[in-house]
Design a protein around this ligand. Structure first.
Ligand code: 9Z3
Length: 346
């Protein structure tokens, strides 16, 4: 979740107190072990290791979470980029929001076409890949198998923003021995705000009590603001700012690594200046800016001492997604590229 319009006017909590006050995710130990083995495996090879972060981060409103704040990201950028990194010879740690898109399988999931549409029944009653998809699926399958065989892809999930930050810190620290061979490609959509552990209610927030429900675990009317008469059942959410972890990443967790962050905006007039501000503030290597509405076909690279540089998908490839009617099964069987394939970056 980005918040570029309302600027917080309160002090941003320090990283150390954030990790002290917000406990680590349960699988952190097992993820750390896997990442350690993965990094050691690639440590003395020539190849770089990239941590790709991907997908949205949630902000739970209850400890036993029924409700949470989320954002739009499906993980397309991260999953697609991971494939390109693998093709370029990198080993990839793919830290992603659970159930968001994954490298390779993304070609057949989260699309308007059910994966079963890619299958058909063979002559002997066996399940086979639709002839129109054989070639492409074989290509994807080979790349996927190669990444697994060569131990080049480690997939680790997170859900909440706090889990994300714990995982990022642990993995970045483990990657430190890689020195300049470590690359951080931070495409996950990270919430700017969260509800800290000490203010989160254990149980589902109730709407039927006399006291005003609060998303901070309190039912004290003094802290709930002045609800207009008759609106006592409003839910008021009082969030804290998430610490600016990029500073910690650059200065402490991964001082020698190359760090690429993403900047998401909706207002075109803010994008480049916000990307520049991030670069000045955190002194890392590259900010890739994108707008919510055009992120599938244009991004801007902002790097220190360089002119901003736009990369755009050629217009004739874009038109397909804008004018193309939703593809029918016949067109798919004929092996034509569908709108969803275009949207997945193919
Ligand atoms: C991005 O801007 C990604 O490109 C998208 C990708 C989330 C837009 P999709 O998953 O979308 O392909 O649909 N990531 C967000 C970057 C972000 O949250 N940056 C934070 C910041 O600038 C932390 S580095 O403060």
């Amino acid at each position: 979740m980005e918040a570029s319009v309302i600027q917080p006017s309160f002090p941003v909590p320090k990283e150390s107190s954030y990790f002290r006050d917000n406990p680590p995710p349960k699988p952190l130990d097992s993820h750390t072990k896997l990442a350690k083995v993965f990094v050691s495996y690639h440590l003395h090879s020539d190849r770089g290791v990239v941590l790709v972060t991907s997908g949205g981060t949630t902000v739970p409103l209850e400890n036993q979470t029924v409700r949470f704040i989320d954002n739009f990201s499906a993980g397309t950028r991260g999953a697609t980029s991971a494939e390109y990194f693998l093709e370029a010879g990198y080993a990839v740690i793919f830290l992603h929001r659970q159930f968001s898109l994954l490298p390779y399988s993304r070609h057949y999931s989260h699309s308007t076409n059910c994966f079963l549409d890619f299958m058909t029944e063979g002559q002997n009653g066996e399940v086979v890949v639709n002839p129109g998809y054989q070639q492409k699926m074989l290509g994807v399958l080979r790349k996927y198998n190669a990444a697994r065989r060569e131990n080049k892809l480690l997939i680790l999930p997170f859900t909440t923003v706090t889990e994300y930050l714990w995982e990022l810190r642990e993995i970045a620290t483990l990657m430190r021995p890689l020195g300049p061979k470590a690359l951080f490609y931070l495409a996950a959509a990270v919430s700017d705000f969260f509800l800290p552990k000490d203010r989160i209610s254990e149980h589902k927030i109730q709407s039927s009590e006399n006291k005003e429900p609060m998303a901070n675990g309190s039912s004290d009317a003094k802290t709930s603001g002045n609800a207009p008469p008759g609106q006592g059942k409003q839910l008021k959410i009082d969030l804290d700012p998430v610490p600016k972890f990029l500073k910690s990443l650059v200065d402490g967790w991964a001082p020698e690594g190359m760090i690429v962050s993403f900047k998401l905006e909706t207002d075109p007039s803010l994008l480049v200046s916000k990307a520049q501000q991030a670069l000045e503030k955190y002194s890392h290597h590259l900010v890739i800016g994108n707008l919510l509405s055009t992120r599938k076909y244009e991004v801007v690279f902002v790097a220190p001492g360089k002119e901003e540089h736009w990369i755009r998908v050629p217009v004739h490839r874009r038109i397909k997604s804008v004018t193309g009617a939703r593809p029918d099964i016949k067109a798919m069987k004929d092996g034509q590229t569908t709108e969803q394939e275009w949207l997945r970056g193919e």
